[in-house]
Structures are given as structure tokens and as C-alpha cells.
Write a protein that binds this ligand. Sequence first.
Ligand SMILES: CC(C)(COP(=O)(O)OP(=O)(O)OC[C@H]1O[C@@H](n2cnc3c(N)ncnc32)[C@H](O)[C@@H]1OP(=O)(O)O)[C@@H](O)C(=O)NCCC(=O)NCCS
Length: 174
Amino acid sequence: MEIVTARLRLDALRDEDADALFAYRADPAVARFQGWKPASVVDARRFIETQDGLAPDTPDTWWQRAIRLRDSGTLIGDLGLHFMDDKAVEVGISLAPAHQRRGYAREALEVMLDFVFGGLRKQRVKAFVDPRNFMCMRLLEGLGMRRRAPQNGDVMFELPAAEWLAAPDQGGDR
Ligand SMILES: CC(C)(COP(=O)(O)OP(=O)(O)OC[C@H]1O[C@@H](n2cnc3c(N)ncnc32)[C@H](O)[C@@H]1OP(=O)(O)O)[C@@H](O)C(=O)NCCC(=O)NCCS
């Protein structure tokens, strides 16, 4: 499955992405607040292999998408959907530092929220964020996600389907 936006292409991670994925995921600026950091390119390749043949909406799995520049195909990050149960999806996202601060994370998440709520008909999206991760919290709040009670030291963010679907301009300025 491939989703194209104004500037991005979201599709499957491929074996040849391992070097680039390792480079940004192992960067301390990206890994600092993340639960997983690849120890080597081999580790990054294994991570990509876990996605082989995995369909979206498989219970209790993370479905990872590559975030690429639409025109060049350059891998600039990845986005994961964790299918927690039949109603709730957790999201996670990482961008290579050189491609941050340009609105790419927001653009990728907007189209994924459309897919999760409009396509898969899920009822809520959640994110669990280290309370020191200001860039991530800013991103999620900008998308209309709300802070809920902390869980295991993380700030929980939540967005109900009704709020996303009722917004007059999905994917527009929020
Ligand atoms: C979390 C993370 C993905 C956010 O990335 P980001 O680059 O800040 O987010 P965006 O791509 O949406 O960029 C937003 C910024 O780009 C600016 N921007 C520039 N051009 C833009 C454009 N054309 N459209 C929209 N925004 C644009 C926005 O104004 C905004 O800056 P501001 O917050 O100062 O207003 C990134 O910090 C990251 O990868 N962190 C490490 C991994 C991590 O901790 N992930 C956990 C996430 S839950």
C-alpha cells in the first residue's frame, strides 16, 4: 500500500533502506526518547524484515511505513501504527534531523489519521510520549491530540475518531 501526499510518499520499508534507517534511528537526537534504537545496520535490516508480508490492522503488531520525499524517493523517516485492539491505534514517528522542521511529520501523520479513522474505522488514536519530548508534544497537539493522564511516566495523547472526522478541513490547518 502506497499513500502519496503533496510532498511525500508513504510505503513499505525495503531491504535497501537499512543504511539510511540505521543512520537516523541511531542518531542520538532521534533515539533519545525512543523505545528502540538499532545497534547496527544488521539490526535495522532485521527491523525491516519483521514487516515482510505484514498487513495493516493485524492485532498487537506495529505496522511501519517509510516516509519518503515524493519526487526523489529519499527515505527521510518512518511512521508506525500499533494496532492495540480492534478500536485503538498507537502512533509513533521519527524523522531524520536534516528533514525536521519542515512540516513533513505533520503531513505524514495527517494522511495516516485519515487512513486510520476513515479507512480502518478505528475509534481512537493514542501516543505515549516522554515528557521531555517537546517537539513530539507540539506536533501531536498541533494535530488536535489531547493530553490525558500520564501512564508509566509517559504523557498519553489521545484523539477520538469523531473529532478528526468532524473537523471541517481534514488535513488542513488545525
Ligand atoms: C517528533 C518529530 C517527528 C517532529 O518533527 P518536526 O520536524 O518538528 O515536525 P514537522 O515535520 O511537523 O515540522 C513542524 C515544524 O516545521 C515548520 N514548517 C516549516 N515548513 C512547513 C510547512 N511547509 N508546513 C508545515 N510546517 C512547516 C512548522 O512551522 C513547525 O515548526 P514550529 O513547531 O516551530 O512551528 C521529530 O522531532 C523527531 O523525529 N523526533 C525524534 C523521534 C521521536 O522522538 N519521536 C517520537 C514521536 S511521538
